[in-house]
Design a protein around this ligand. Structure first.
Ligand code: PCA
Length: 200
């Protein structure tokens, strides 16, 4: 099996993206499965184009995309991606789409086809706060989750895909100490545990 992990570059004025830092620390193999890693630009369209190209070239069995959800205190295993781009801040290329469908010919929403309940439970069992989230937002993370699931549906690909949002890491909240954060070690552990679970 090949698991593709994607993560985004920093955005919104942050110096790091905890999802990207966590991806870098993941091992190259989990449970006999090869872990492929791809960094994505935090840019509408370009991010989806890049992951589509990679999927066509490397044909992973499973795609787990990661992103930062600043303000959340727990690992969020996302249930659903919706067909809307609605940005409240510009992406890293200055785009700020409002109320626009991602793909005119796509469904209103696609559900993750990963075992999200088991993944969230496994992360909690490892001692790390986690829950299923019913919104991946309307920014670039939802855009990529939607774009990958759209491709899987349209091309009838035998692939599983989903999205995990992670909290800020402590160094990001020094100037905003009311914001929750989680250690990078816990975030990495949570993703590893989630991968082991979805392979089981
Ligand atoms: N989080 C943003 C986009 C990139 C990232 O890591 C989001 O939740 O949409």
């Amino acid at each position: 099996m090949k698991i593709l992990i994607t993560a985004f570059e920093p955005f919104g004025g942050e110096k790091v993206n905890p999802a990207l830092e966590a991806m870098k620390l993941l091992p190259d193999m989990i449970d006999n499965s090869k872990i492929l890693k791809l960094e994505l630009p935090t840019i509408f369209k370009k991010s989806v184009e890049k992951v589509w190209q990679y999927i066509d070239m490397h044909k992973p069995d499973i795609i787990v995309s990661l992103g930062q959800a600043g303000g959340r205190a727990y690992i969020s295993v996302e249930r659903v991606a919706i067909n809307i781009d609605d940005a409240s801040i510009a992406d890293n290329d200055g785009n700020m789409p409002v109320d626009l469908p991602i793909f005119e010919d796509g469904e209103n929403a696609y559900f993750s086809n990963l075992p999200i309940r088991n993944m969230a439970e496994a992360i909690k069992k490892a001692g790390i706060p986690a829950r299923i989230s019913n919104t991946a937002g309307t920014y670039v993370c939802n855009h990529v989750m939607y774009g990958v699931l759209y491709k899987i549906h349209k091309e009838n690909l035998n692939m599983k895909a989903g999205f995990i949002h992670v909290p800020y890491i402590p160094e990001q909240v020094i100037a905003k100490p009311e914001s929750p954060s989680m250690s990078l070690e816990h975030i990495v552990k949570a993703i590893e545990v989630a991968c082991v679970e979805l392979l089981s």
